[in-house]
Write a protein that binds this ligand. Sequence first.
Ligand code: NDP
Length: 334
Amino acid sequence: MNLFKKMNLPEDKNNNVISNEKPESVHCLVIGSGPAGYTAAIYAARANLKPVLIQGMQPGGQLTTTTEIDNFPGYPKGVTGTAMMEDFKNQAERFGAEIRWGFVSKVDFSQKPYKVVVDDDKTILAESVIIATGATAKYLGLESEKKFVGSGVSACATCDGFFYKGLDVAVVGGGDTAAEEATYLSGICRKVYLIVRKPYMRASKTMLERVTNTPNIKILYEHNTKEVFGNQQVEGVTLIKRLGEPDEEEVKIAVSGFFVAIGHKPNTELFVDFLELDEVGYINTQAGTPKTNLEGVFACGDVQDSSYRQAITAAGSGCKAALEAERYLGTRKF
Ligand code: NDP
């Protein structure tokens, strides 16, 4: 049974609900435009679910802020994140997915069809929702860091690295992102300090080898950031060097840029009242599936994956989400 009919809302010939508010009716709404969202849109479009995808604040998602992607199958020579996401988008549009600019500002999943508000303005009633809102870079939370965001502090080397050409910079973090950011900056900057709080990095072996073998990257193990300092722009960072309990020493390094690469936070604030989240905030899905605690609401990509967080795993989960949406919507003719 058509859920819109169940709500007794008048419809036009295309199943669009007609009311005073004029909300639009959609069979399959995809929120987010990273590899998960676009893959869901490709599969949903091919299954004739007529998906509408709302791109969000950062069309193309996190990959548009990375450098070369060498590990996505099908690109033997590598590809930039921006080019790859453009390919995803074009492929989704080729099958009729409707890709829209916009930001989902509110949802109400308390009843079906699910209500989604875009840009605080336009209401969409969706029979099924695929959430692919990804995750956002974390900051250290220092007052001084906040003060210099946009004038020396950044969470994206590919976006801002160019401004520090020939200068010294620092990257904080010990994972693959930090290793990647440091490697990227080493090609632009004179010297890159990599600030790691532990005596080791958790980055993959290949990434670790790359940073270790790059002459202008200096890894500072067991250093924590105390503050970022400067006048109008960042001029340096004060670090606390661990010397073995309880001794520590304050160290200052002169840098013009400070790049934070300490992980990500899932973008789930919109859904807290309706969906089960884990203790960090990732959406809980049923093991091996994109199913959430709500029928017809599916989650895919980094928003529900704190473990793998790769473009290829996100794309795979987007595919699963669309297949589940198709099963959920059943054999209705659209
Ligand atoms: P991770 O969670 O893997 O690493 C975060 C790093 O930041 C850790 O080293 C952590 O330290 C450190 N950190 C966290 N909080 C602080 C703090 N307050 N002060 C100092 N350091 C801090 O995040 P990533 O973004 O690096 O990677 C996420 C996932 O994405 C991983 O699975 C990674 O493999 C993948 N990835 C893959 C890439 C590729 O294949 N090309 C590129 C980038 C990411 P500690 O170790 O002490 O906890």
